[in-house]
Design a protein. Structure first.
Length: 179
């Protein structure tokens, strides 16, 4: 990085007035104050493979506030959106089973890979079993995954109308997504 932008590994220079680097996660401090529940060093609640907290069968935790080590693994599940999404889908059945006093199965995580978009400059990813993609294919995969997420959250009509409006007003939006 320089004062004027970023130099990529291949030597290309991306001019930038502002450079933001974000790394790591930490769950809210308040999770460590819940009586009787254990948290790890970054405040995530310790959960079993059923996503129930280690000390209370009636409390579940998912996503970035859960530290879940699955059977046969030695590291917690990665704090990524796909982990939280899969856990949320699992929770529908887990809570139903708990309410009916049925056993809750263990959560199974399926790593579908990761995609990163660096505005219009580059998109890259690692999919499935280590398949690396870059360029146009990665950009199309990233856009398709983003639209799939929007469809799940907002529904078809809102996404369709937003897509049309975005195509019309593309010049007025920021060139990079920060979140």
């Amino acid at each position: 990085m320089t004062a004027d932008g970023v130099i990529l590994r291949g030597g290309s220079f991306i001019p930038a007035e502002m450079i933001v680097w974000a790394a790591g996660i930490k769950a809210p401090d308040m999770l460590t104050t819940l009586d009787g529940l254990d948290a790890d060093r970054i405040n995530r609640l310790i959960v079993r493979p059923t996503l129930q907290t280690a000390k209370d069968d009636d409390i579940f935790a998912i996503g970035d506030c859960a530290c879940c080590v699955l059977d046969g693994d030695d590291k917690p599940l990665p704090p990524r959106a796909q982990t939280a999404h899969q856990q949320a889908d699992f929770m529908v059945g887990a809570i139903a089973a708990r309410l009916q006093n049925r056993p809750i199965p263990s959560f199974a995580y399926h790593d579908m890979g990761s995609l990163v978009s660096l505005s219009e400059y580059r998109t890259l990813g690692v999919l499935f079993r280590g398949l690396k993609i870059d360029g146009l294919l990665a950009k199309l995969a990233y856009r398709a995954l983003h639209k799939k997420h929007l469809l799940a959250v907002f529904g078809f009509w809102k996404v369709a109308l937003d897509t049309i409006a975005g195509a019309i007003s593309r010049k007025t939006e920021p060139r990079i997504k920060l979140h």
